[in-house]
Design a protein around this ligand. Sequence first.
Ligand code: T46
Length: 135
Amino acid sequence: MSLADCRTIELPVVAEPRGNLTFVESERHIPFPLRRVYYLYDVPSGAERGGHAHKQLHQLLIAISGAFDVHVDDGRERRSHHLNRPHKGLYIPPMVWREIDNFSGGSVCLALVSDFYEEDDYFRDYAEFKTSVDG
Ligand code: T46
């Protein structure tokens, strides 16, 4: 996997005068089976989340409310994405380091992910991640 696989996914929007509705269907709108949902909220100003890569996990991050920046790094190059719309997600495949910062007040980061929580799936040390990428 590389940054070329890391992309923004536009989700369906059902727009009506009474408000908008967005939905996500497993393996249809996201390229993986959905097994877990978690969300980050009440993030204090200046806080940073992430700072790790996953060995197997696929994720879609969505700014359900507010905005934040996601910096992705495959061990060779680094890119940044600004997420600020609830119908737009950032797909992050396995073996991509991510750091999340610049959270706006009241923002909520929704994560749709491909498997249950498993600490052994994490690289939490960048040097260890880089060694694994470089083989
Ligand atoms: C990611 C970013 C966006 C659980 O017990 N279950 C869970 O499903 C998760 C995600 C975490 N935890 C525990 C593990 C730690 O003791 O919650 C604590 C905080 O987790 P972490 O430091 O990994 O949180 P973030 O915000 O730095 O990272 C999380 C995800 O772990 C990660 O996959 O991409 O959100």
